[in-house]
Ligand binder design. Sequence first.
Ligand SMILES: [Zn+2]
Length: 267
Amino acid sequence: MRIDIFNVGHGAAALVVADNNNLVLFDCGHDANGFRPSVYLPQNWRAVQQLVVSHYDSDHVSDLANLRARMPIERLLSNPSISVNEIRQLKLQEGPLTPGMAALLEMKSRFGAVQNEADLAGISIPYFYLPYGPRFSDMNNLSIVAFVRYGDFCAVIPGDIERAGWLALLENHDFRQQLAAVNVFVASHHGRDNGYCEEVFQYCHPDIVVISDGPIQHDSQQHCYDRHARGLNFSRDGWRYVLTTRWDGHIVIDKTLGQAFTIRKGR
Ligand SMILES: [Zn+2]
């Protein structure tokens, strides 16, 4: 299995490639001057078996209309507790729908809630989310927090969930158990202050933290995450605790069953 965490500026896009070459794409952000999922994916594959949209914000779907026009996307996972109409109304309060958001809402209405599971050759993707309602009505805290598990490897991809959302999810025993298995912790909300929750690290002891963020980031909390990671060797840079797409670019994780995972710079 391979996981690519792409450098898409202030956005998010990560790709899981299973050993049978099936794909799970986590969010579909892009960099206007650089990487686009809609260019890279069709050059190498014919379909996306599973798309996971962490939450309903434009920076996580900015390239989705293009991708969808260029290759089939066979399944969609997004927070099911909020309806297409509710999302549309909330989004329209901020202005017109972006093409990516319009594509997402169209897909969400077409797919419905019940879909069969993609064949991911032994990878499982347990996920958790909070229900839309009076307690949580903001998009960030409605993020899907997904785990990518393969053999003894586990990564967590938490979208832009904020501290209040983390604390609510920590009430769930199954969620705490998944956190305990995490090797690679993708920081929530691009490493910003409000995505950081110290209590998470009572349960979670990752080897490395990865932050997907852009060149302009005023309140990145890298120094907070440093002390929660055990650290590991990264490419030729030596021992690292936190990686960021801003400084390290495209990041690749490789995992073969029976072997320790490795993490390196992509090309
Ligand atoms: Zn975001």
